[in-house]
Design a binder for this molecule. Structure first.
Ligand code: HEC
Length: 120
């Protein structure tokens, strides 16, 4: 009878220790739950559709040339609006931190720090 709770406890401990290991080694996630929701609501309806003149999330080839402008330029274009994109990418309630993270995410940087440090 005792075997099951003990197995369960062992499983829980295992998962918790995996989580702790991940926290210890991984860098801060690029986007949190808040920005993931914003991406779905404000950016995705344009940035996941190929063939409509919008650079698509995850398309490294399409983003490489844009990234050459520098991360700060990508952020400025998003804030001010750019070509067919409305100002703030339509996210009027976004904070600067939200937008910086979302731009880094969409443009395919590994982390916000990598983007800010000028990763190619
Ligand atoms: C209404 C459609 C639309 C929405 C919504 C939208 N975008 Fe865009 N976005 C575009 C288009 C179109 C371009 C490309 C313009 C061009 O270069 O012709 C673009 C380009 C960009 C670029 C590259 C700018 C550059 O300098 O090349 C970034 C970064 C970006 N969007 C981020 C975002 C983020 C972040 C959001 C959500 C907060 C968002 N976009 C929402 C249409 C949209």
């Amino acid at each position: 009878m005792l075997e099951r709770p003990i197995r369960l406890a062992a499983a829980v401990l295992f998962v918790v220790s995996l989580g702790a290991a991940a926290l210890g080694t991984a860098t801060e996630p690029l986007i949190g739950e808040r920005q993931a929701r914003i991406f779905q609501q404000a950016c995705a309806h344009c940035h996941v559709r190929p063939g409509i003149g919008v650079p698509v999330l995850g398309d490294a080839g399409e983003w490489a040339g844009r990234r050459e402008q520098g991360f700060e330029t990508l952020v400025a274009h998003t804030v001010e609006g750019y070509a067919g994109m409305p100002p703030l990418g339509t996210c009027s309630f976004c904070t600067e931190d939200d937008l910086r993270r979302l731009v880094a995410f969409i443009a395919g940087y590994a982390s916000l720090q990598a983007a800010e440090e000028g990763a190619p």
